[in-house]
Design a binder for this molecule. Structure first.
Ligand SMILES: [Cu+2]
Length: 508
């Protein structure tokens, strides 16, 4: 039998027993994925014992809430100054239960940050999470390495620090922010710490009449008492998938629009590990932007795949009256053991399109902005993603590795030079998809290879996260402009935490 198959089969046997619920909490300080003392006790679990039960019902159909805007406290143009406090808070997801969460400024998702190209940003971060380090990582944004919230720059519990950076011209895009502390990222994010950061263009080609709505997807699991259960063994292996995909913290909220309306929406996958293959029934989707801002021209799409941490900017046209639902389609991203979540047929958002026609909307321009291809690389690198797994007398050892190694904060894996264009080949020889994320810059995917067949991406785009499906190789061009240490990792946050991360040191 194939070695991988053997191990996976063993694991399935271990996990499938009715009383064999693997409940465990990772030691945040351990680098390697060793899990001694796997607890096989009688815990309530999401994956196995509780599989037959329905998750707690959540109210649906409430009006979509606007994300609270982070107020700019700077009294002059060109400067965005504010404060973000990470602290425990309470949310009401189920009708009659309080859920302890972590929140930025009391809300989850965190407040929406809106700044403009050319602005200077100064955000004071206050870590009020008892006993835990945290950081703020500005996901996808072109910020200096020492301002990027790397695990090497933790903010201690109770401490404050200022993150300061400039937003260069041409950097308009749909970014986000979330913690990145060593060994605690997955938990701090699923407990509620994530928010959208929209950098607006001074001259925006998208008609203002379309509005601009950020939709942040998160993934909630509630225990019977309303609390969020800790990660299980299955969560650590597959990444945590919850019971409810929420939009801006709500389950299947409602949005009312007039017939003929066009809406600009920014989709954020802020889940730890949920792959969202999305379809808009009764409405027409056009992709206008990716992680790092607008495409060259609009591209019509019947469906889209948004892997963890990816973003897409869409224009959605509502030309038929009635309900237009944003729903999920099936996507098999590889799953270890039992409990593969039912991903298809979820309704994430329902848009009520009225019979009365909207005022005529201006058309979407045919050209959005130029994207210059990065050109011929001077350096090539290969990053091999693998999973290892073994039972031993003390428990199970799992490894999520890049080039055979688990993350070590004290180790530089790659030395690169600022300004060099590099070809990175991300080879996924594992049994799960792994969304690859690189800090500090945006990259351009040039091709995908699977079973010897090459495929070009459907459009040129700036991206900071790209899904690398199991058995697939993705080649991308990247250029770091600023010196310093940058992380690259799988954005299934449990995999990142179990070692699937490295450091590229960019030198001037
Ligand atoms: Cu992964």
């Amino acid at each position: 039998m194939h070695r991988r198959g053997f191990l996976a089969a063993n694991l399935a046997t271990v996990l499938a027993g009715p009383r064999a619920l693997a409940q465990m909490k990772m030691d945040g300080t351990s680098n390697m994925a060793s899990m001694p003392g796997m607890d096989m006790g009688d815990h309530a679990g999401h994956d196995m014992g509780a599989m037959a039960q329905d998750p707690a019902a959540l109210p649906e159909g409430e009006a979509l809430r606007e994300l609270p805007l982070l107020a700019n406290e700077a009294g002059r143009p060109g400067l965005f100054r504010a404060r973000l406090t990470a602290e425990p808070a309470t949310a009401r997801f189920a009708a009659d239960q309080d859920t302890p969460i972590l929140a930025y400024n009391g809300t989850s998702p965190g407040p929406l940050i809106e700044a403009y190209e050319g602005d200077r940003v100064e955000i004071t971060f206050a870590n009020r999470i008892a006993g835990e380090q945290s950081t703020i990582h500005w996901h996808g944004m072109p910020v200096p390495a020492d301002q990027d919230g790397n695990p090497m720059d933790p903010v201690a519990a109770g401490a404050d620090r200022v993150y300061a950076f400039e937003l260069p011209e041409g950097s308009a895009g749909s970014y986000w922010y979330h913690p990145h502390p060593h060994g605690r990222t997955a938990e701090q994010v699923y407990r509620g710490l994530a928010g959208a950061f929209v950098v607006k263009a001074k001259a925006d080609p998208i008609p203002a009449a379309y509005g601009d709505t950020a939709l942040i997807f998160t993934d909630l699991r509630l225990a019977a008492d309303g609390s969020m259960p800790e990660n299980t063994m299955t969560d650590m292996m597959n990444g945590r998938v919850g019971d409810h995909v929420l939009v801006n913290g709500q389950k299947n909220p409602k949005l009312a629009v007039a017939m003929g309306a066009k809406r600009r929406v920014r989709l954020y996958n802020a889940t730890n590990a949920r792959f969202l293959r999305l379809h808009f029934a009764n409405a027409a989707m056009t992709v206008i932007g990716s992680d790092g801002g607008l495409l060259e021209k609009p591209v019509a799409a019947e469906e889209i795949l948004l892997s963890p941490a990816e973003r897409l900017e869409l224009v959605v046209a509502f030309d038929r009256p009635g309900a237009a639902a944003l729903t999920t389609l099936d996507y098999d991203r590889g799953w270890m053991g039992p409990g593969r979540p039912a991903d298809a047929g979820l309704t994430l958002l329902t848009v009520d399109v009225s019979d009365t026609a909207a005022e005529a909307m201006p058309p979407l321009p045919e050209r959005l902005r130029p994207i210059v291809p990065l050109g011929a690389p001077t350096v090539s690198r290969r990053l091999l993603f693998t999973e290892t797994m073994a039972m031993n007398p003390t428990g199970m050892e799992m490894g999520f590795l890049i080039n055979g190694k688990a993350f070590d904060m004290a180790r530089v894996d790659i030395v690169a030079r600022a300004g060099d264009t590099e070809l990175w080949e991300i080879v996924n020889q594992a049994d799960m998809d792994h969304p690859f994320h690189l800090h500090g810059t945006q990259f351009q995917v040039v091709e995908r290879e699977r079973d010897g067949k090459l495929a070009k991406p459907p459009y040129l785009a700036w991206k900071d996260t790209v899904n690398v499906a199991r058995g697939e190789t993705v080649r991308l061009l990247t250029r770091q402009e600023r010196p310093g240490a940058r992380m690259y990792h799988c954005h299934i946050l449990e995999h990142e935490q179990l070692g699937m991360m490295g450091i590229v040191d960019v030198r001037a």
